[in-house]
Design a protein around this ligand. Structure first.
Ligand SMILES: [Zn+2]
Length: 231
């Protein structure tokens, strides 16, 4: 049996589900046939459910089919709009970046980020921490030394820091405090980094996260919505 978290769910008229999962081994896109789904608590297979599963890929078919699935864990609290979008973005990001090589490093950050998003007052704090750490686990973190030698204030979209005068036009303003937060997120232990973020410029850090992931990961559907929602 394997374990994973459902990050995308599409239902077909016949009751089958197309699911995307992030797991400690990578990602899985699979079909859950209605006839095979067990009744009871796990039967709905909702977004962000943490499940244990077995799948079978018949050689001639496009996608593997779930042959067994059971609900391990369900996070309460992710249905509030802001939390839901934060969790969706983190799920999309983890799905895009979990390769067989990076998945083992992404998994613990991803799952603990989801727990934080479900429970903390400001869900963008655990999102910022987890999303940047997922990006780092995939080898796509920005360089933390200022490129120009002056104190860094801007995140350049090629993945580095520079001062406001030297930074390229497309850079995102973080300010000294935002840069310090980014350094904390990427270098300090999780609990410690999250505590420092309580006083951090969250809006700027979010903008930098969204731009950086757009350039280095690609367009994620929840990114645009995340920019519009009021926290
Ligand atoms: Zn400079």
């Amino acid at each position: 049996m394997h374990e994973g978290v459902i990050v995308n769910r599409l239902s077909f008229p016949n009751g089958d589900l197309l699911l995307r999962l992030v797991s400690p081994e990578g990602t899985l896109q699979t079909v859950a046939r209605k006839v095979h789904r067990p009744g009871g608590r796990g039967a709905r297979l909702s977004l962000f459910h943490h499940v244990r599963y077995q799948s079978y890929h018949r050689p001639a078919s496009d996608l593997p089919t779930l042959t067994q699935v059971e609900l391990l864990f369900r996070l309460e609290g992710l249905s509030a709009p802001g939390r839901y979008l934060c969790a969706s973005f983190l799920g999309e990001l983890a799905y895009a970046l979990s390769s067989p090589e990076s998945a083992e490093g992404i998994w613990p950050v991803f799952t603990s980020g989801l727990r934080g998003i479900a429970t903390q007052d400001e869900p963008r704090i655990p999102l910022l921490w987890a999303a940047w750490r997922v990006i780092a686990a995939a080898g796509l973190a920005p360089r933390l030394e200022s490129r120009c030698g002056h104190p860094g204030e801007m995140l350049e979209l090629n993945g580095g820091l520079a001062c406001a005068s030297c930074a390229t036009a497309s850079s995102v303003y973080l300010g000294m405090a935002g840069v310090q937060s980014l350094v904390d997120i990427l270098t300090r232990p999780g609990q410690e980094a999250v505590q420092t973020l309580v006083a951090a410029p969250i809006d700027r850090l979010m903008r930098a996260l969204l731009r950086h992931s757009q350039v280095h990961v690609g367009g994620l559907r929840s990114a645009a919505l995340l920019e519009q929602v009021r926290f």
